[in-house]
Ligand binder design. Structure first.
Ligand code: PMP
Length: 404
């Protein structure tokens, strides 16, 4: 069971005020807050062993290298990844996706097909469009229904021997829908297509098992799982990472360089050109350790309680509509009030110290589907409380009365 009093003490930011009111932070899907345990790891890195890795004979460089490689193993274990060199450190999900989208051009010809889902974040649409422009491949879209779920029967019809790649998020950032990635992966493999799952929104709530999923690529951003910004991972099956051309050239990613020819380093270094975010990688692993100590099962149960409570309370407000009503969703509520602009509601909530996100949430096609400019999105984490939800619901009611 979650010990909420103890947990909240771990997050110094939760003590601050915004506009003279205690902060209520419900923008966790954009970025999560950082516990003192992870802040301490960051401070410790810069206070005691800041050095460049993989290249120095001196003690500090060795210490930093050991901690960085240990972090890779922590991440490997967390996601049940078979080999540690299948974990590529990146700056986050966007970087990870671009790495695959860039290299995959080598395997595509004009007329090949790539399938994306209607529930994607722009970072999982634009790189594929760019890839299609470069290669002449064709982008197909798995449609969604009014509940905000993917239509899997249509997906099965879209698959053919022309399909080379399927991309889908594990959890939708705009609506919170948990997509049936197991089925998506299995069906894609039947036609020989590779699958990339964007785990940016799943990682804070679901401990995904790479070997059980049998997924080809999976992406995570550290800042969504209580870690720092500018760090993340690309998981890739060894067979794919060996074939995929490197993304960036530079130091660290080579075996030998002459002006005639360069040979690339082994995995994972082939994809890790230049000095990486060393501290970020170490803090990413510390954040996973922190969340594992609480336990993903308990986190899921508690967040489910928050979701049910908030859904019930918000629906008592006149004219309030929730978008994304799948029974399989994470603790995200996207809503609007009839006749009001989401931005106006968000601005009034901000005056009351409540942080929510408003807009299209980098998922414009979803907003177009519902024919709305955007939504107000409240996204909860295991350090939020029902009392905070009461404050938000009262704030939304107040906004409604002020704006109507
Ligand atoms: N995909 C999804 C589903 C996301 O929610 C986000 C972040 N909002 C991203 C990709 C991009 O992640 P990042 O900005 O950390 O690269």
């Amino acid at each position: 069971m979650i010990d909420i009093t103890k947990i909240r003490k771990d997050f110094p930011i939760l003590n601050r005020e915004v506009n003279g009111k205690p902060l209520v932070y419900f923008d966790n899907a954009a970025t999560s807050q950082t516990p003192q345990q992870v802040i301490d790891v960051i401070v410790d890195y810069y206070s005691s062993y800041n050095a460049n890795i993989h290249r120095g004979v001196h003690a500090l460089s060795q210490e930093a290298t050991d901690k960085y490689e240990q972090a890779r193993i922590t991440i490997q274990k967390h996601f049940n990844i078979a080999k540690s060199h299948e974990v590529i450190f990146t700056s986050g999900t966007t970087h990870s996706i671009n790495m695959v989208a860039n290299g995959f051009g080598a395997f595509l010809s004009a007329g090949d097909e790539i399938i994306v889902s209607a529930l994607e974040h722009h970072s999982n649409i634009v790189p594929w469009q760019m890839l299609c422009e470069r290669t002449g491949a064709v982008l197909k879209v798995i449609p969604m229904n009014l509940e905000g779920e993917l239509v899997i029967d249509t997906y099965k019809e879209l698959l053919s021997n022309k399909t080379k790649l399927v991309f889908c998020n594990h959890v939708s950032n705009a609506l919170g829908t948990v997509n049936p990635v197991e089925i998506i992966i299995k069906e894609a493999h039947k036609v020989g297509a590779a699958v990339l799952i964007d785990g940016a929104q799943a990682a804070p709530h679901i401990k995904a098992d790479m070997q059980a999923l049998d997924v080809d690529f999976y992406t995570v951003s550290a800042h969504k799982v209580c870690g720092p910004t500018g760090a993340g991972m690309l998981y890739g099956k060894e067979e794919w990472l060996k074939k995929l051309p490197p993304y960036q050239g530079g130091g660290e990613m080579i075996a030998e360089v002459t002006f005639e020819k360069t040979t690339y380093a082994n995995l994972p270094h082939k994809f890790e050109a230049g000095t990486p975010n060393i501290c970020g990688g170490i803090a990413f692993a510390a954040a996973l350790d922190y969340m594992n100590a609480i336990g993903f099962k308990d986190i899921a149960t508690y967040e489910e309680e928050l979701l049910e409570y908030a859904t019930e309370k918000l629906l008592t407000i006149d004219g309030l509509k929730i978008y994304g009503t799948s029974t399989n969703k994470t603790a995200v509520i996207s809503f609007n009030i009839e006749g009001l602009h989401p931005y106006d509601i968000g601005s009034i909530l901000d005056k009351l110290g409540i942080a929510v996100r408003t807009g299209h949430h980098c998922a414009q096609p979803i907003m177009d589907f519902y024919k709305i400019p955007g939504t107000v999105r409240a996204s909860f984490s295991f350090y939020n409380t029902k009392e905070e939800i009461d404050v938000m619901v009262a704030g939304v009611e107040r906004a409604r009365n002020m704006l109507m």
